[in-house]
Structures are given as C-alpha cells and as structure tokens.
Design a binder for this molecule. Structure first.
Ligand SMILES: CCCCCCCCCCCCC[C@H](O)CC(=O)SCCNC(=O)CCNC(=O)[C@H](O)C(C)(C)COP(=O)(O)OP(=O)(O)OC[C@H]1O[C@@H](n2cnc3c(N)ncnc32)[C@H](O)[C@@H]1OP(=O)(O)O
Length: 258
C-alpha cells in the first residue's frame, strides 16, 4: 500500500510508503491521498502527514511517470495533483506535515499545502524542477513565496538551493525548531492533539478565513472574519467552551450539537 493510515483517537497519521523510491509521488499515491483526504476529515480532527524511512519525506513527482508525457496529457494530471493538494490545504481536519527527510519538488509542495510543518534535523527542502527542465507544478511557485517572501522563493527555485531544516525554520516553512528524527512523530502527534482539542467549527472557520483572506482585499477579509467570529460567538460550541472554562474543566466539543 503506497499510503498507510494509522488512527490514534481523534488524530490520524498518514504515511507515504514508497521508501524504495524515496516516497516519490506517482499516480497511485495521489489517488490514495485523494481518497484518504475525502474520508478522514469526517473521522479525525487533525491529520499528520509524513513519509516512510529516514531519507525522504517525498522526492517529488515520480519521474518515471513523467517520461513521454505530452503537455496535453500532463495538464489533467497536474490539475488532479493540484486538486489533491488544495483539498489538503482546505481540509477541516488540519493537516500537519511531519518532515522526516528530503522534501523535494512535489514533496516540498505537499508540505507547503499543509496547515503547518514540523521537521526533523535531517529534513531538507528544495524545488529542483528547473534543473530537470520542469517548473514546480503543484503550487510551489505560489505557496513558497507566501511563506518566505518572493526573494527567498525565487532564490530557492532559480538556483535549486536546498534549505536545511534550520533555515526552513528561520524562513517559516517549519514552525517549530527541528527535532531529533526519533522525536518527530511524537512532536507532530502532540501538535495534532492540540488542534484536535479545539472547537471543530472554530478550527474550520479559521482554516477558511486564512485561506480566503490571503487572496482578498483586507476590508473584505476582515468582513469575513467578523461574520465567522459572530457565528462562533452565537454558536453552541462557544457556549460549551466558555462554560467549561468557568467550571474549570476541559470542554467536550463532541457533545455539542451544531
Ligand atoms: C505526481 C506524479 C503523478 C504522475 C504523473 C506526473 C505527470 C505530471 C507532472 C507532475 C509534476 C508535479 C509537479 C512537481 O513540482 C514536479 C516534481 O516534483 S519533479 C521531481 C523533483 N524531484 C527530484 O528531482 C528528486 C529526484 N531524486 C533525487 O534527487 C535523489 O533520488 C534523492 C532523493 C536526493 C536521493 O538520492 P540517493 O540517496 O542517491 O538515492 P537514488 O537517487 O539512488 O534514488 C534511489 C532510487 O529512487 C529513485 N528515485 C528517486 N527520486 C525519484 C523520483 N522523484 N522519481 C522516480 N524515481 C526516483 C532513483 O531513480 C533510484 O532508483 P534506482 O536507480 O534504484 O532504480
């Protein structure tokens, strides 16, 4: 199975499992990621995405599936890949990348589509596509600049520069200091549990507000936030959240009816 799912309560761990090809993304991996991202958000409240082995999170698109593709054939495949990553980016169960090794090309683009990333000290990030006569085709030309700023993004893409884990942390690609490889999974699951403990409707609203807001005029984005924040104030989830605070107990959002 090229994608393995493990459930851990309200958290799911999704692992790309093609270590013999450094977890390269082929059509089967993309199909399975799409199926997982369609099924899991209704069952898990937060998802960890990682790769098998210590060498690579993912070495990007499977180059053996690229050979011989015409532009006309590649375009629907690219659109299909974009749709999988867009589903990850907008998932109501936020996806946390646990970068266990090299995240190259589409592998780095997969990380950039996640809500946020944590990494081991052995992680490294690059977009080597131009060296292959390709360009990033799973959102890298757009998402990297949104994280690092355009100059750092152009430097990475135009020189093939590889960001090590610490530099990725400094640039905001990784949100916490890189950890020993043996500690990565527990760190990622702990972060996922924090997300899973939040109000699920509040989480979904924040995902939507940030996603829509990034591409909206500020006043429109603030108006969206106001509407979503008012819905939250008037919603039953905040009734439970505030009541739990006053009663000095953990909120039980599962018991909240929409
Ligand atoms: C999503 C695919 C859907 C299918 C159709 C795609 C058509 C549409 C186009 C999709 C475009 C997606 C957009 C994306 O931006 C484009 C890309 O991602 S391009 C790929 C970018 N990635 C790379 O360039 C990395 C290539 N790999 C390496 O540099 C090195 O392998 C490594 C990861 C640094 C590891 O090096 P080593 O430790 O020395 O190991 P080897 O090199 O010997 O690798 C072992 C073995 O694995 C094979 N392999 C490694 N990476 C890939 C890969 N990306 N695709 C296919 N095979 C890969 C390597 O060839 C070796 O095989 P062997 O020689 O043992 O047969």
């Amino acid at each position: 199975m090229s994608v393995v799912v493990e459930r851990d309560g309200a958290v799911a761990v999704v692992r790309i499992d093609r270590p013999e090809r450094h977890n390269a993304l082929n059509a089967d991996v993309l199909r399975r990621l799409h199926a997982v991202m369609t099924d899991l958000p209704g069952k898990a409240r937060a998802i960890v995405l990682t790769g098998s082995g210590r060498r690579a999170f993912s070495a990007g698109a499977d180059l053996d599936e690229l050979v011989g593709l015409s532009a006309a054939d590649a375009e629907p495949v690219l659109r299909a890949g974009q749709a999988v990553l867009r589903g990850i980016e907008r998932s109501p169960a936020p996806v946390i990348a646990a970068v266990n090794g090299l995240a190259l090309g589409g592998g780095f683009e997969l990380v950039l589509a996640c809500s946020f990333a944590v990494a081991s000290t052995e992680a490294a990030f690059a977009l080597p596509e131009p060296g292959l006569g390709l360009i990033p085709g799973y959102g890298g030309t757009q998402r990297l600049a949104r994280v690092t700023g355009p100059a750092a993004a152009r430097h990475v893409m135009l020189t093939g520069h590889r960001l090590d884990a610490l530099r990725a942390y400094e640039l905001g690609v990784v949100v916490l200091p890189p950890v020993h490889p043996d500690a990565l999974r527990s760190l990622a699951v702990a972060q996922a549990r924090k997300v899973a403990g939040m109000g699920p409707r509040a989480v979904r609203a924040i995902v939507d507000a940030v996603d829509v807001g990034l591409d909206s005029p500020l006043d429109d984005a603030l108006a969206l936030e106001t509407r979503l924040a008012a819905d939250a104030v008037g919603g039953s989830e905040s009734d439970e959240g505030v009541r739990a605070f006053k009663e000095k107990r953990r909120p039980c959002f599962e018991a909240v009816t929409p």
